[in-house]
Write a protein that binds this ligand. Sequence first.
Ligand code: 8X3
Length: 251
Amino acid sequence: MKKFALITGASSGIGKACAQRLAFRGHNLILVARRLSRMEEMAVQFRRDFNVEVIVKKADFMVLNEIEGLFAELSDLQIDILINNAGFALGKSSIDEYDWNDFEQMIGVNIRAFTRIAQLAIPKLRQTAGHIVNISSIAGIEAYEGGSVYCGTKAYVKMLSKSMRIDLAGSGVRVTDIAPGAVETEFSTVRFKGDQMKADAVYEGFIPLSSTDIADVVEFTLNRPRHVNIEYLLITPTAQASAARIFREPK
Ligand code: 8X3
């Protein structure tokens, strides 16, 4: 029976790069995100270039019913990889000035949906002795100014991942937590709500990671022999020594 890799947040950034890499390696894919047309374009390309099966599903991760409905639709399929990637930062200000709705959205997607997706995927991954890759962040181990709830959600992902690993020991399911530092994607454009000047400033004066750099590492963890579980990897640009300490070349 065919096996599929399920990738959330697949329409851009790290999710898209992982989808591209897995398709290149001949893996069938289930792509899930909100932006259907982007995923449909990817699917056409992957089917044509890599001869893989690609299923595209639109889901709003703020709505748990949509996630549950998605897994009901996938009930006949075998899944051996989950790239649990959907998540974002919204806003970056002092906690007392933060828009509560931004907190709600980060908690809704980075914690609630993230957990529900993992929980619904695990029975399928047990059947295939599969692999869960949870995408956390350097923000999960280091707080920074204006990071509050975003940092909190990523610390949550780190502990959820660790706990999952313990629960699944003996099942043959591998669990990996990938924690990227500064990766130039739409991340900062989303965080700053379309303010491109602010978003660009995040990556100024140094070479940030690309989503392909992260896909390289994800691929490495997936391709280890079955008895090898890489539990946690923190990946930063060479110029980034901590969440807040980035060496920038003077202008
Ligand atoms: C993304 C990296 O440092 O902007 O998770 O939080 S950071």
